[in-house]
Design a protein around this ligand. Structure first.
Ligand code: ADP
Length: 479
């Protein structure tokens, strides 16, 4: 069992209380026991981050880059152990977990280079003898609040970017899966990061949130839409710069001219991969009538192949649902969908013979309409819903008839239809003939409000959030 402590000013600290996490593949197994930070601990973590920040901002960029590189190397070297912890605590399969740890390592590698490659601008001035420089400075102290579904990748892409641009960080991981954050803290300290540059406080978000947000210069949050709304209000009180990555109800359109096997593979992976626990998962599969019946026949076969099983079993295709509350929410969403007339074609029940874990058979609903509650609210589970439409016009209208606007996709062999959808989708990400989930680390990630607020994450786009620009006029007198 992992005994996790808070990391405050470079010291690992116990607290008066601890909380345990459980293996969702076998809920009788305790994975970790974690010190629960008090508000005073959170205050101290923010104060340590503030104290450490000026020296880190002034740090030679080669040294900054080297530390991030070293962290990437350590993540690669410890990938199997980290992935095993991740699979035990969060429930994703070992293969998915290795992919996530490697993603975290790549984020550190990428931002190690970005630390060296962060250009400003030089302009001629309209005034004689003047020029104008636009430079970029760190924001200061960044609070990162992260969810349980990608506990190391999301922590890594926030922390690596914040550190690369000269900020210091306080990380508040999800109470359901903080183990990887502890390991990331060990790695960053081992890579030579100075005390106070990266701090971890664990515990209840509602308790610690106001202190962590009011004390910081910036908040980068990934989580549910209701929590994001609450945090935006807290951040407004202190005018803390805020970036929110929230929910999705992502549409995947299948047109009559699609390559049916490509369409089925992309829809299935986008919907049930990673047990459906991705904000970019395909929750609405919108299919035009000419291909509908043939597509559905193949999709019913595909969903059956996403058999849930223990995360560490190499034969498992999808792991259990990560948490008990999420498991209950999924079952409630399935019951409500049936009650409103959606036709359950597969799954949607606790998996037989697996009473020791939170195993849910992947659900597929047919003959649903976009106004059903099933298609209005994010389920964040292994639950797909097919909506039959007449043509591309109706498909686009249905896809965009949704409050959330994170990711979206289309399967078609028509370049014209793909380009039309790419332009008309209101989502922040559009995927053609490939699943709605699964962006890479070197490109911008995010949606439009209310799915995303405050600018994109990952890639070079992160610099917009993690730096402030400064416009300087220089009267040099040379004409
Ligand atoms: P999820 O369903 O992914 O757990 P949440 O939005 O509830 O989504 O949680 C994401 C993160 O936000 C977690 O680290 C959680 O502890 C934190 N959190 C939840 N509620 C609050 C809150 N009121 N204030 C600050 N953080 C919160």
């Amino acid at each position: 069992m992992l005994h996790g402590q808070n990391l405050i000013g470079g010291q690992w600290r116990n607290s008066a209380t601890v909380a345990q996490t459980f293996n969702p593949s076998n809920i009788s197994e305790v994975v970790g026991e974690y010190a629960q930070a008090s508000v005073a601990d959170a205050e101290e973590a923010v104060a340590c981050a503030r104290k450490a920040q000026p020296a880190w901002a002034r740090q030679n960029i080669q040294i900054r880059s080297d530390i991030l590189h070293k962290a990437a190397d350590l993540l690669f070297a410890r990938a199997t152990a980290l992935a095993t912890l991740l699979a035990r605590e969060e429930g994703k399969t070992l293969k998915e977990a290795v992919g996530e740890v490697v993603r975290a390592a790549h984020c550190f590698q990428f931002y190690a280079a970005e630390a060296l490659r962060h250009p400003g601008q030089w302009h001629n001035s309209l005034r004689e003898g003047h020029n104008v420089i636009v430079s970029h400075e760190p924001v200061g102290v960044v609070t990162a609040i992260t969810p349980w579904n990608f506990p190391i990748a999301i922590a890594a892409w926030k922390a690596a970017a914040a550190l690369a641009y000269g900020n210091t960080v306080v990380l508040k991981p999800s109470e359901f899966a903080p183990g990887c954050a502890i390991r990331l803290g060990e790695i960053l300290m081992g890579a030579g990061l100075s005390p106070g540059c990266f701090n971890i406080v664990m515990g209840n978000g509602a308790l610690l949130g106001p202190t962590l947000i009011h004390g910081a210069d910036a908040l980068s949050f990934t989580g549910s839409t209701p929590t994001g709304r609450a945090l935006l209000k807290i951040a407004a009180e202190s005018m803390t710069k805020t970036q929110l990555e929230l929910g999705g109800k992502n549409p995947f359109i299948v047109l009559d001219d699609a390559d049916i096997d490509v369409a089925v593979a992309a829809a299935a992976q986008g919907t049930w991969g990673q047990t459906g626990q991705r904000c970019t998962g395909s929750e609405r599969i919108i299919v035009t009538r000419g291909i509908h019946d043939a597509f559905v026949e193949k999709l019913v076969k595909a969903v059956a192949s996403f058999t849930p099983g223990p995360a560490l079993d190499p034969a498992t295709v999808i792991g259990p649902v990560a948490t008990r509350p999420q498991f209950e929410k999924n079952l409630a969403a399935i019951a409500a969908a049936r009650a409103e007339g959606a036709e359950l074609a597969h799954g949607g029940t606790p998996a037989e013979g697996h009473n020791e874990g939170l195993f849910l058979t992947p659900a597929l609903f047919l003959n649903t309409t976009n106004d059903m509650q099933l298609n209005r609210h994010e389920t964040f589970g292994p639950i797909g819903a097919v909506i039959k439409v007449a043509d591309l016009d109706e498909a686009i209208a249905v896809a965009n008839d949704c409050e959330l606007a994170l990711s979206s996709g289309i399967a078609t062999t028509s370049l014209r239809s793909a380009e039309r959808y790419r332009r008309e989708s209101k989502a922040g990400m559009v995927m053609v003939n490939t699943p709605t989930a699964g962006l890479e680390y070197h490109v911008p990630f995010g949606g439009r409000p209310p799915s995303g607020v405050g600018g994109r994450e990952t890639g070079s786009a992160a610099a917009d959030f993690f730096t402030e620009s400064k416009t300087s006029y220089i009267n040099h007198g040379v004409i």
